[in-house]
Design a protein around this ligand. Sequence first.
Ligand code: HEM
Length: 576
Amino acid sequence: MSWTDSIQALPEQYQKHIPEEYQKYIPHLWLLGAGVIGAYLLRGLFSYLKILREVRGLPVKHGFFPAYEQGLRARVPHIPYILPIKDFYSRPEWDRFEKPRSDLLAYTVATQHRAIYWVANPYTAQHVFTKTSLFEKPTFHPRYVAAAKFGGNIISASDGDDHRRHKSVVRGCFGEEIFRSAWDEMDKTFELFLDEDKLREGGIMEDVGATTIKLTYVVIGKVGFGHEIPWDSQRSKKGEKMGFVESYEVVDRTMLYQFTLPLWIMKILPTKELRRMGDGRTAFVGYCYDMVRSKRAELNALREAGEKSKAPVDLLGAMVHAQLVAEEEARLKHGHEFTPNVGLTENEVIGNMFIFLLAGHETTGHTFAFTLAQLALHPEWQEEVYKEIKEVCGDEKPSYRDVHKLPLCLAVGLEAMRLTDIVRQLFKVAKEDSMLPYTTWNEAGEVTKREHLVKKGSLIYIDTPASQLNPFYWKDANEFNPRRHLGADDARASLNNAEVPFVAFSMGPRQCIGRRFAEVEIICFIASILSRYTIHPVPTHAGETKESMRERMIGSAVEDVTMTPGKFQVRLEKRH
Ligand code: HEM
């Protein structure tokens, strides 16, 4: 029997469903299918060989699937060559670069037809972030596609016109009034926390990560959406429509599902939890639309009455306000009422509010937790910060007017973030062929500066945690030393004054637009807590070593959407 006969013989049970006159084509279909698969494999092979040539000269690791995705790599098992998690991810993060003695690594991933580079050099990172003619944001990446689910937004916007359009409105949100509001709300929420958790006179802060995330969540609820969020969660009765606070809480708690599952899946699958997620999303989006429309009507009414509106003190109001300003400017420029394509659509305003909720509190809440852990382990820095607060505020309670005078309060937060980076993976794609600088070193630690030719289309992953632990750039990289963020004049921590480029907020035109907002929250929180309390670790047994406590408090953190602290306690002792 020839091989075509045998192919024809194989799917016999299916053949009877196919009209007889077409049965003779079956072998051709098989051949066509085999040809398509063969062509795909051949293309894969050629592209793989091309990539191997491109990455020659660098330490290279191979894998079949992209086993480096944050949120995935800490959860799935290591399967050599198929899902080689351990080749792609290490803790401490610098280890992966230390062993091959290079702060630039290359990966080939069979399912991705492009070279992939990992950067752990802060200057290379700065180069990639700021050379916008050479590198751009890969908005095709699933992370950004998912983030656009609730409406186009600044984080998912492509570099250039689209990003500029979003930024022109979103930038308008982050003015002095909003920063003051962030301070005042953080201050109020800190007092609420002391009362609710009965810690006014000191005591054990039970689950530090869960508490600090609540603090920033309450603050973004008020400063983002203008709503008072209670300390404890709310639940509507069966059959009742969710109120804003409950829907906000449901969406926030299930953010990963909200960005990955379509609404109809949540509605049809018969699990209570998924249906609750879907109901939460529907209610939350509805409230956002109502809020945007009523804010717009309110501000428009003021404009028509010829009254000047006050700068809003919540982000949603500020965004609607900034949108109206963009439309007004276009009107003045073009001289007519109709202003199409100016600023953001209503859908995009909602999309950006989701981003504020996503980016605006988990990041800062986790930073607070790691900062408390570092301070508990370094009482000497608590005293330094206390001295700064006393010199600036005396016996007065720290307030927003002191925000520029408390650099060390901010620097402890930045240093905790350097040692435990929060966002962790930042991506770029090469727009052109260009040279990427990097460093190698020999056994004796002698450094050689090199360059590697990166071809157009390659993916560049900035490994922010490893960049911030690179010992060839950061002096005593594993030491907790907040002063390294203050610059030579020991003055400002916030103006990229660190001893080498600090990449936790990214850099260049796509750097974190909420950075100052986060910084104000950090300064307020640290000044509030350290002006009144000293912070202490809670050992599990007498004589527990500092190393063991560090491991429990910081080393137990796991990667999720952001770096998430494990459960640990600290003890607050009231100062007298
Ligand atoms: C410690 C706190 C924070 C950290 C570590 C942080 C970090 C980052 C990083 C690394 C990026 C770049 C992301 C990328 O390129 O994919 C980013 C972007 C962004 N962040 Fe933050 N962030 C923080 C707080 C905030 C806050 C409080 C807000 C808003 C209230 C915010 C809003 C944003 C927005 C809107 C972007 C997109 C900027 C753009 O693409 O132009 N972030 N953030």
